[in-house]
Design a binder for this molecule. Structure first.
Ligand SMILES: [Zn+2]
Ligand SMILES: [Zn+2]
Length: 217
């Protein structure tokens, strides 16, 4: 599987070595070649460029994606996540489900944001492709779809001019509330789980986790 992914990624020539390596990791983690993830990937790279920042390795950049739940091409979000480095685990990937193929990328340090939206034309093309009409619409899993269809969708966004794929708005000024991460922990007096102090509660004067707390909320 990884060899096949390497082969697919090696067919994309207009990326730097590092970008190609990230795309390879992205494809490995995403798990299948489709049209959605790479559209998010190129859009994510464009958002970084528009803000003049590097891929996030810490927690200074936040991506707010407007893709909803349970609709086609949600794979787009993974592309945004991997290209920008704004991952769910670091708490810098947020979802505002609106059923749209757009996201905002926020630079917390400078208080700037850009909005990137996929063009209706590229979405219409993606939704009219056999990958969707012949297979995904009929409930076929992406890995069970003929490989050449997935590959075609995967490589398409890299062969187009950026303005054919998405629209970038901004940078805009944004208010970024300061947040201090919680490093303190408590042990729940009922179940014994370790809980971040910011999530702990008090019940009868004893610290408990939210699972063990009986108070009405
Ligand atoms: Zn996918
Ligand atoms: Zn507990």
């Amino acid at each position: 599987m990884f060899e096949e992914h390497r082969e697919i990624v090696n067919t994309i020539h207009n990326l730097s070595e590092d970008e190609r390596e990230i795309l390879y990791s992205a494809l490995n983690i995403h798990g299948h070649a489709c049209g959605g993830m790479p559209m998010g990937f190129v859009a994510g790279m464009a958002a970084l460029e528009a803000l003049g920042i590097e891929r996030e390795r810490n927690m200074d950049t936040v991506a707010v994606v407007e893709v909803g739940n349970g609709h086609a091409a949600g794979c787009f979000v993974d592309g945004v996540q991997f290209a920008t480095g704004c991952t769910f685990g670091k708490g810098v990937m947020k979802k505002e489900p609106k059923g749209k193929w757009s996201f905002r990328l926020i630079d917390r340090k400078k208080g700037k944001a850009v909005k990137v939206t996929l063009r209706p034309e590229i979405l219409a093309k993606a939704f009219a492709a056999p990958f969707i009409t012949e297979y995904r619409c009929k409930g076929v899993n992406p890995t069970d779809i003929p490989a050449e269809l997935g590959r075609a969708g995967f490589t398409r966004p890299f062969g187009l001019a950026p303005e054919q794929v998405f629209r970038v708005e901004g940078p805009f000024d944004v208010e970024v509330p300061k947040a201090t991460p919680c490093f303190a922990t408590i042990i729940c007096s009922a179940c014994g789980d370790t809980v971040a102090e910011s999530y702990a509660r008090l019940e009868d004067g004893r610290p408990v986790c939210s699972d063990c707390c009986h108070y009405a909320r």
